[in-house]
Design a protein around this ligand. Structure first.
Ligand code: BGC
Length: 251
Protein backbone atom coordinates (compact mmCIF):
# COMPACT_ATOMS: atom_id res chain seq x y z
CA UNK A 1 0.00 0.00 0.00
CA UNK A 2 1.32 3.48 -0.76
CA UNK A 3 0.50 6.69 1.08
CA UNK A 4 1.45 10.22 0.07
CA UNK A 5 4.10 11.80 2.29
CA UNK A 6 4.95 15.50 2.15
CA UNK A 7 7.90 17.16 3.89
CA UNK A 8 7.72 20.92 4.31
CA UNK A 9 11.18 22.40 4.85
CA UNK A 10 12.57 25.90 5.23
CA UNK A 11 13.75 25.92 1.61
CA UNK A 12 11.80 23.22 -0.24
CA UNK A 13 8.60 21.14 -0.05
CA UNK A 14 9.04 17.52 -1.17
CA UNK A 15 6.39 14.92 -1.84
CA UNK A 16 6.14 11.31 -2.99
CA UNK A 17 3.98 8.24 -2.48
CA UNK A 18 5.57 5.87 0.01
CA UNK A 19 5.42 2.10 0.17
CA UNK A 20 4.74 1.66 3.88
CA UNK A 21 5.81 -1.96 4.01
CA UNK A 22 9.27 -1.34 2.58
CA UNK A 23 9.69 2.31 3.62
CA UNK A 24 10.67 3.56 0.19
CA UNK A 25 9.31 6.07 -2.31
CA UNK A 26 7.31 4.38 -5.06
CA UNK A 27 8.04 7.13 -7.61
CA UNK A 28 10.54 9.95 -7.87
CA UNK A 29 9.77 12.76 -5.46
CA UNK A 30 8.47 16.12 -6.65
CA UNK A 31 9.68 19.36 -5.16
CA UNK A 32 8.56 22.99 -4.96
CA UNK A 33 10.50 25.85 -3.43
CA UNK A 34 9.04 26.92 -0.09
CA UNK A 35 7.02 30.08 -0.83
CA UNK A 36 8.24 33.27 0.79
CA UNK A 37 6.80 34.48 3.06
CA UNK A 38 6.12 30.92 4.23
CA UNK A 39 2.65 31.63 5.61
CA UNK A 40 0.33 28.71 6.43
CA UNK A 41 -1.93 29.65 3.47
CA UNK A 42 0.98 29.76 1.01
CA UNK A 43 2.32 26.42 2.23
CA UNK A 44 -1.13 24.81 2.14
CA UNK A 45 -1.47 25.96 -1.50
CA UNK A 46 1.91 24.37 -2.36
CA UNK A 47 0.97 21.15 -0.57
CA UNK A 48 -2.31 20.96 -2.50
CA UNK A 49 -0.46 21.58 -5.78
CA UNK A 50 2.08 18.85 -5.01
CA UNK A 51 -0.59 16.38 -3.90
CA UNK A 52 -2.38 16.96 -7.22
CA UNK A 53 0.73 15.80 -9.12
CA UNK A 54 0.32 12.22 -7.89
CA UNK A 55 -2.38 9.69 -8.59
CA UNK A 56 -2.94 8.92 -4.92
CA UNK A 57 -5.98 8.69 -2.68
CA UNK A 58 -6.66 8.35 1.02
CA UNK A 59 -4.71 9.83 3.90
CA UNK A 60 -1.82 12.26 3.46
CA UNK A 61 1.02 12.70 5.95
CA UNK A 62 2.56 16.16 6.22
CA UNK A 63 5.74 16.98 8.15
CA UNK A 64 6.27 20.64 9.08
CA UNK A 65 9.17 22.54 10.69
CA UNK A 66 7.22 23.44 13.84
CA UNK A 67 6.03 22.00 17.12
CA UNK A 68 2.63 20.41 16.39
CA UNK A 69 0.15 19.42 19.05
CA UNK A 70 -3.34 18.20 18.12
CA UNK A 71 -2.91 19.65 14.64
CA UNK A 72 -1.97 23.11 15.91
CA UNK A 73 1.48 24.60 15.22
CA UNK A 74 3.08 26.29 18.20
CA UNK A 75 6.43 27.57 16.92
CA UNK A 76 7.78 29.17 13.76
CA UNK A 77 11.57 29.36 13.72
CA UNK A 78 12.22 29.22 9.96
CA UNK A 79 8.70 29.87 8.68
CA UNK A 80 6.30 32.80 8.93
CA UNK A 81 5.22 33.85 12.44
CA UNK A 82 1.57 33.39 11.36
CA UNK A 83 2.09 29.65 11.98
CA UNK A 84 2.00 30.14 15.72
CA UNK A 85 -1.43 29.05 16.95
CA UNK A 86 -2.52 28.02 13.45
CA UNK A 87 -4.64 24.84 13.19
CA UNK A 88 -2.59 23.57 10.27
CA UNK A 89 -4.17 20.12 10.55
CA UNK A 90 -7.62 21.58 9.91
CA UNK A 91 -6.42 23.89 7.09
CA UNK A 92 -4.74 20.98 5.31
CA UNK A 93 -7.70 18.70 5.83
CA UNK A 94 -10.11 21.26 4.39
CA UNK A 95 -7.87 22.13 1.45
CA UNK A 96 -6.99 18.53 0.53
CA UNK A 97 -10.39 17.01 1.28
CA UNK A 98 -8.56 13.97 2.63
CA UNK A 99 -7.63 12.76 6.11
CA UNK A 100 -4.34 14.35 7.16
CA UNK A 101 -1.68 13.48 9.74
CA UNK A 102 0.53 16.44 10.54
CA UNK A 103 3.64 16.29 12.70
CA UNK A 104 7.05 17.89 13.29
CA UNK A 105 9.52 17.28 10.45
CA UNK A 106 12.38 15.95 12.60
CA UNK A 107 9.96 13.63 14.39
CA UNK A 108 8.84 12.36 10.98
CA UNK A 109 12.43 11.76 9.86
CA UNK A 110 13.18 10.02 13.14
CA UNK A 111 10.15 7.75 12.88
CA UNK A 112 11.31 6.67 9.41
CA UNK A 113 14.90 6.04 10.53
CA UNK A 114 13.78 4.04 13.56
CA UNK A 115 11.48 1.90 11.45
CA UNK A 116 13.52 1.43 8.26
CA UNK A 117 16.92 3.05 8.65
CA UNK A 118 19.84 3.60 10.99
CA UNK A 119 17.73 3.25 14.15
CA UNK A 120 16.14 -0.10 13.28
CA UNK A 121 15.95 -2.30 16.38
CA UNK A 122 17.82 0.26 18.53
CA UNK A 123 16.85 0.22 22.21
CA UNK A 124 17.76 2.83 24.79
CA UNK A 125 17.81 6.56 24.05
CA UNK A 126 18.31 7.46 20.40
CA UNK A 127 18.56 11.08 19.27
CA UNK A 128 18.08 11.94 15.63
CA UNK A 129 19.29 15.38 14.53
CA UNK A 130 18.36 16.84 11.16
CA UNK A 131 20.90 19.41 10.04
CA UNK A 132 19.24 21.64 7.44
CA UNK A 133 17.89 25.19 7.41
CA UNK A 134 17.57 24.74 11.18
CA UNK A 135 18.34 21.84 13.49
CA UNK A 136 15.51 19.46 14.24
CA UNK A 137 15.63 16.77 16.91
CA UNK A 138 13.68 13.57 17.55
CA UNK A 139 14.20 11.58 20.74
CA UNK A 140 13.28 7.90 21.07
CA UNK A 141 13.30 5.82 24.22
CA UNK A 142 13.20 2.09 23.44
CA UNK A 143 11.75 2.98 20.04
CA UNK A 144 9.03 5.27 21.43
CA UNK A 145 9.10 8.89 20.29
CA UNK A 146 9.11 11.74 22.79
CA UNK A 147 7.42 14.21 20.41
CA UNK A 148 8.28 17.84 19.71
CA UNK A 149 11.72 18.06 21.30
CA UNK A 150 13.39 21.29 20.18
CA UNK A 151 17.05 20.92 21.11
CA UNK A 152 18.04 22.91 18.03
CA UNK A 153 17.12 25.95 20.10
CA UNK A 154 19.28 24.94 23.05
CA UNK A 155 21.59 27.71 24.20
CA UNK A 156 25.26 27.15 23.40
CA UNK A 157 27.50 29.91 24.72
CA UNK A 158 24.85 32.59 24.20
CA UNK A 159 23.63 31.40 20.79
CA UNK A 160 21.00 28.89 19.69
CA UNK A 161 22.45 25.55 18.60
CA UNK A 162 20.91 25.88 15.13
CA UNK A 163 22.53 29.27 14.67
CA UNK A 164 25.93 27.64 15.21
CA UNK A 165 25.65 24.24 13.58
CA UNK A 166 22.83 24.00 11.00
CA UNK A 167 23.82 23.09 7.45
CA UNK A 168 22.59 26.54 6.43
CA UNK A 169 25.05 28.14 8.85
CA UNK A 170 27.94 26.25 7.23
CA UNK A 171 26.94 27.60 3.82
CA UNK A 172 26.07 31.14 4.91
CA UNK A 173 29.30 31.58 6.87
CA UNK A 174 31.38 29.63 4.38
CA UNK A 175 32.68 27.44 7.21
CA UNK A 176 35.27 24.76 6.57
CA UNK A 177 34.12 21.19 7.27
CA UNK A 178 36.53 21.19 10.24
CA UNK A 179 35.13 24.37 11.77
CA UNK A 180 31.55 23.29 11.19
CA UNK A 181 32.21 19.82 12.65
CA UNK A 182 33.57 21.52 15.78
CA UNK A 183 30.29 23.45 16.07
CA UNK A 184 28.23 20.29 15.55
CA UNK A 185 30.33 18.45 18.15
CA UNK A 186 29.65 21.21 20.64
CA UNK A 187 25.91 20.65 20.16
CA UNK A 188 26.29 16.87 20.50
CA UNK A 189 28.31 17.23 23.71
CA UNK A 190 25.86 19.75 25.22
CA UNK A 191 22.98 17.41 24.44
CA UNK A 192 24.68 14.33 25.82
CA UNK A 193 25.24 16.12 29.11
CA UNK A 194 21.44 16.41 29.38
CA UNK A 195 20.22 13.15 27.84
CA UNK A 196 23.07 10.62 27.86
CA UNK A 197 21.92 9.04 24.60
CA UNK A 198 23.01 5.61 23.34
CA UNK A 199 23.08 6.68 19.71
CA UNK A 200 23.01 9.81 17.56
CA UNK A 201 21.62 9.63 14.03
CA UNK A 202 22.58 12.56 11.81
CA UNK A 203 20.15 13.39 9.00
CA UNK A 204 19.25 16.24 6.68
CA UNK A 205 20.53 16.82 3.15
CA UNK A 206 24.09 17.30 4.38
CA UNK A 207 24.18 13.71 5.67
CA UNK A 208 24.83 12.73 2.03
CA UNK A 209 28.31 14.23 2.55
CA UNK A 210 28.88 12.36 5.81
CA UNK A 211 32.42 11.34 4.88
CA UNK A 212 33.39 15.03 5.01
CA UNK A 213 32.37 15.61 8.62
CA UNK A 214 31.31 12.45 10.46
CA UNK A 215 34.91 11.34 11.12
CA UNK A 216 35.63 14.81 12.53
CA UNK A 217 32.88 14.73 15.17
CA UNK A 218 34.00 14.41 18.77
CA UNK A 219 31.61 13.20 21.47
CA UNK A 220 31.25 10.10 23.62
CA UNK A 221 28.03 8.82 21.98
CA UNK A 222 28.31 6.70 18.80
CA UNK A 223 27.20 8.72 15.75
CA UNK A 224 25.79 7.21 12.55
CA UNK A 225 24.38 8.70 9.37
CA UNK A 226 20.69 8.54 8.51
CA UNK A 227 20.11 5.84 5.93
CA UNK A 228 17.05 7.33 4.27
CA UNK A 229 18.84 10.64 3.71
CA UNK A 230 16.60 13.41 2.53
CA UNK A 231 13.64 11.05 2.00
CA UNK A 232 13.28 10.33 5.72
CA UNK A 233 10.79 13.19 6.30
CA UNK A 234 8.56 12.04 3.43
CA UNK A 235 8.62 8.41 4.58
CA UNK A 236 7.97 9.37 8.21
CA UNK A 237 5.10 11.69 7.25
CA UNK A 238 3.44 8.86 5.35
CA UNK A 239 4.05 6.45 8.25
CA UNK A 240 2.40 8.90 10.64
CA UNK A 241 -0.94 8.30 8.89
CA UNK A 242 -0.92 4.77 10.28
CA UNK A 243 -1.84 3.51 13.70
CA UNK A 244 1.07 3.22 16.09
CA UNK A 245 3.30 5.73 14.34
CA UNK A 246 1.44 8.95 15.04
CA UNK A 247 3.11 10.84 17.86
CA UNK A 248 0.71 11.18 20.79
CA UNK A 249 -1.34 14.34 20.33
CA UNK A 250 0.13 15.21 16.93
CA UNK A 251 -2.98 15.22 14.78
C1 BGC B 1 12.27 24.07 14.32
C2 BGC B 1 11.94 22.60 14.49
C3 BGC B 1 12.28 21.85 13.21
C4 BGC B 1 13.70 22.13 12.78
C5 BGC B 1 14.05 21.48 11.46
C6 BGC B 1 13.72 24.22 13.90
O1 BGC B 1 14.03 25.56 13.72
O2 BGC B 1 12.07 24.76 15.54
O3 BGC B 1 10.58 22.43 14.81
O4 BGC B 1 12.10 20.47 13.43
O5 BGC B 1 13.94 23.52 12.67
O6 BGC B 1 13.26 21.93 10.44
Amino acid sequence: MSVLGIDVGGSGIKAAPVNLVEGRLTTERHKLLTPQPATPEAIVASVVALAGEFDSHGSVGVAVPAVVKHGVAHTAANIDAAWIGCDIGRLLHEALGRPVAVLNDADAAGIAEMRFGAGRGQRGTVVMLTLGTGIGTAVFVDGILVPNTEFGHMDIRGKEAEHRASAQRRKDDNLSWEKWATNVSEVLVALERLLWPDLYIIGGGVSRKHEKFLPLLECRTPVVTAELGNDAGIVGAALATTEGHTPAGAR
